[in-house]
Design a protein around this ligand. Structure first.
Ligand code: MN3
Length: 243
């Protein structure tokens, strides 16, 4: 399997699974053509799945509430509003990312905002394993020398994001890599030089931590580390094998 085929099959695997959290409106499912999206939403914001205070004291309830009900909700609404203006319906959110240069910048920003938070809420969901599986640990050791070094590099990369953006652990044909994106871009977008399957990600926009941590991004990142749901990381890690 060459790199292009790998990415295609891998991204499809992620797309199909993650799209199960998106709900196509009945008008889409019924196959109506044209600009009929004004009264229906192509993408829905998935339920958070846990209480706003579930990640206390690491991530405070007020931040979670505003982040989910205001920021993420707005990205979702704005994405739907933008897509309603288009003459044809996108096949999937992943398909949009793979052809992102063909879309208005508002689709890029709000589509990324919609999708990235869908992933992120699951990564910080309570109740999962507090450490990676043996298999994932071996892959991390292979790529970064040790698990401790992986954590160090990930946090340094996240610290290095200037302004608003994200840090990512991604699966690529040449192994696990850490990358960063600006704004709401993600490693599925055709514009990224480092592309791959998102496995672990952290939101380093100030809205993700400012209420509790103000300018202390490193403290937020250490706190984030305490709430990583490694079962979900493992789930994303294995998803690439879905052809
Ligand atoms: Mn955010």
């Amino acid at each position: 399997m060459n790199k292009r085929e790998f990415l295609k099959s891998s991204l499809l695997g992620v797309g199909v699974t993650l799209l199960s959290t998106s709900v196509f409106s009945s008008s889409i499912m019924s196959g109506k053509k044209g600009n009929n999206l004004q009264s229906g939403n192509l993408f829905e914001q998935p339920p958070l799945g846990y209480a706003f205070d579930a990640l206390e004291p690491y991530i405070d309830a007020r931040t979670m509430e505003i982040h989910y009900t205001k920021h993420h909700a707005a990205y979702t609404k704005n994405l739907n509003d933008q897509l309603a203006k288009l003459s044809s319906h996108p096949k999937s959110i992943v398909h949009i990312f793979e052809h992102i240069t063909q879309y208005p910048v508002a689709v890029r920003n709000n589509g990324g905002g919609y999708y990235n938070h869908n992933l992120f809420w699951k990564i910080i969901a309570p109740g999962g394993s507090s450490e990676p599986s043996a298999e994932l640990k071996r892959a991390l050791e292979s790529a970064f020398g040790s698990f401790d070094n992986f954590k160090k590099v990930f946090i340094e990369k996240a610290m290095g994001v200037f302004g608003s953006g994200w840090a990512w652990l991604i699966k690529t044909p040449s192994g696990l890599k850490i990358t960063t994106t600006a704004n709401q871009d993600n490693p599925l977008m055709e514009t990224e030089t480092e592309r791959g399957i998102p496995i672990l990600m952290v939101d380093v926009w100030e809205h993700a931590y400012y209420l509790k941590y103000q300018n202390r991004r490193r403290e937020y990142l250490e706190a984030f580390w305490q709430v990583i749901n490694w079962d979900q990381v493992q789930h994303y890690f294995q998803m690439e094998r879905v052809a």
